[in-house]
Design a binder for this molecule. Structure first.
Ligand code: HEM
Length: 481
């Protein structure tokens, strides 16, 4: 037996200096994590001089994220990158301002609330397969683009009832323009340069920020004035109140909230699903295992909530994909007062860098960390994984409020695709490269061949599929089991 080792990022070589570090931050921030972190788990390069430290230690992360989150607010980096556009949305709000907004938003995103949206969540994925294979032929498809289209359509249907009174594509383009030169902001923040320091693309960034906020402000005004009988997340948020104070969201709060939700809520899932297709195409045996589960548990019926909870291998596959390709590969916090973390002294105001990508592949916490093994998350083994060692959705009170929606969307979405098609590698295609730009995505668009399934069970008649003996797709590195 061989096991699949997907593509990975190189860490910053041991002993690298400030210049090499800054180059990597500008090119690919997740690859700037010093390789010393494999030994030390809490590490500050000598040139950091109290400005920042990388923390990949589960106990220290427990302190920072779970036990004392109030002492470690979001870092200046997040503030400088995201605050100008998302302002006081849920992602960046702090203290009591965050608490009341989280109390208000949590029920809107609860598992019970999200379940009702399942048909809206599944529809864009079913539509994808129709577009890919109208004539029943095998085609080469742009998976990166397809997944973005599907997840943006999900957000459009959930947030705005898909009523075309706002154009989510336009919002996304503005947010992309805003985030394009973002690595400059990361580098400047880590080096503590003032935020007026010029960089290429600053003018475009400011124009995109103003345009997108104006667009949403106009939409919120129209929605507030319009009928409240449309049942979508936007109207649920407009009607929601903090259960403790009774406070409701103002128009400005709604702009912050919607912009945050659109941005946090689609590119993350799109990237996870894109990497999932890459892994499926490389592992035909694993793909057949998922197809067999889907055929057995759901057949060709539409995916409903009871079906989602029976798709344990599909879920485990997605969790393992997000271990190797965390959509948010780096989080950050800052110290409010002097702290000693893992033996390293940090002054007040230092950045605590949480290299989620490196934690997810850390040899101290994971056996054969580079190998794709979905059984890490099956048969109760998931329970043994510490919450600060597996962090795709973060940990502690600031954990992703859309986590339930994301897992529902990705499980039901992938199952809907695999009911209809198989994914195959494109012969001769180069291996994808990882690129960190807020989220972790393939540097170039990822393509796969999409083959319509001719062995689909008839509705209500599950069919068993014979799996090939081994994971033997063309590309990718293999290691002995
Ligand atoms: C695979 C999909 C997703 C991933 C990997 C992901 C990841 C994360 C992570 C790591 C955080 C914590 C950030 C930190 O601690 O600094 C977070 C927070 C957040 N996410 Fe997600 N997310 C996903 C999907 C979604 C969706 C679908 C939504 C909503 C539509 C959403 C909305 C948010 C919001 C509002 C926060 C801030 C929560 C707070 O601070 O209270 N996310 N997400």
């Amino acid at each position: 037996m061989t096991a699949f080792v997907p593509v990975s990022l190189d860490a910053l070589p041991a002993g690298a200096g400030r210049l090499a570090f800054v180059r990597r931050i500008l090119r690919n921030p997740a690859s700037a994590v010093p390789s010393e972190i494999a030994e030390s788990r809490v590490y500050a390069p000598s040139f950091a001089k109290g400005a920042f430290a990388y923390v990949a230690d589960a106990d220290v992360l427990e302190t920072v994220l779970v036990e004392r989150p109030g002492d470690f607010p979001k870092a200046t980096i997040d503030e400088r990158i995201l605050r100008p556009i998302f302002r006081d949305g849920l992602l960046l709000a702090e203290g009591e301002d965050w608490r009341w907004k989280r109390r208000l938003a949590a029920p809107v995103f609860s598992p019970a609330a999200m379940r009702g949206f399942l048909p809206e969540i599944v529809a864009p994925f079913a539509a994808l397969t129709g577009r890919w294979t109208p004539s029943g032929a095998t085609v080469t498809a742009d998976i990166s683009d397809a997944m973005k289209t599907a997840t943006l359509a999900v957000i459009d249907r959930l947030l705005f009832a898909g009523r075309s009174d706002i154009d989510p594509e336009r919002i996304k383009r503005h947010v992309d323009d805003y985030l394009d030169p973002v690595t400059w902001v990361v580098a400047y923040a880590m080096l503590r340069l003032p935020d007026w320091t010029p960089f290429p693309g600053r003018g475009k960034l400011l124009r995109a920020r103003d345009a997108v906020r104006a667009l949403l402000a106009d939409f919120v005004r129209r929605r507030r004035a319009g009928p409240a009988d449309v049942d979508d997340v936007c109207n649920r948020l407009l009607a929601a109140a903090d259960p403790q104070s009774g406070r409701t969201l103002t128009d400005a709060d709604m702009v912050d909230m919607l912009l945050t939700l659109i941005s946090a809520g689609h590119e993350t899932s799109a990237n996870a699903l894109t990497w999932a297709v890459y892994c499926l195409a490389e592992m035909p045996q694993t793909q057949e295992r998922l197809i067999a589960e889907i055929d057995r548990e759901v057949g060709s019926d539409p995916i409903d909530q009871p079906a989602v909870s029976r798709l344990v291998a599909v879920r485990a596959f997605l969790l393992e994909t997000m271990r190797l390709f965390p959509p948010a590969p780096g989080l950050s916090r800052r110290t409010l007062r002097p702290e000693t973390l893992g033996g390293i002294d940090l002054p007040a105001g230092a950045a605590v860098m949480i290299p989620v990508y490196a934690v997810h592949r850390h040899p101290h916490y994971w056996e054969r960390p580079q190998v794709f093994d979905l059984d890490r998350f099956t048969e109760g083994r998931e329970a043994a994984i510490r919450r600060t060692v597996y962090l795709p959705f973060g940990a502690g009170p600031r954990i992703c409020v859309g986590g339930t929606l994301a897992m529902l969307e990705m499980t039901a979405g992938l199952a809907t695709l695999l009911q209809r098609v198989r994914f195959l590698t494109v012969p001769g295609a180069a291996e994808p490269q990882l690129q960190h730009r807020v989220t972790l995505r393939p540097r170039h668009r990822l393509a796969a061949r999409v083959e319509p399934r001719r062995d689909r069970p008839a509705a209500g008649h599950p069919l068993r599929v014979n799996a090939p003996a081994n994971d033997v797709a063309a590309a990718g590195r293999r290691v002995p089991e």
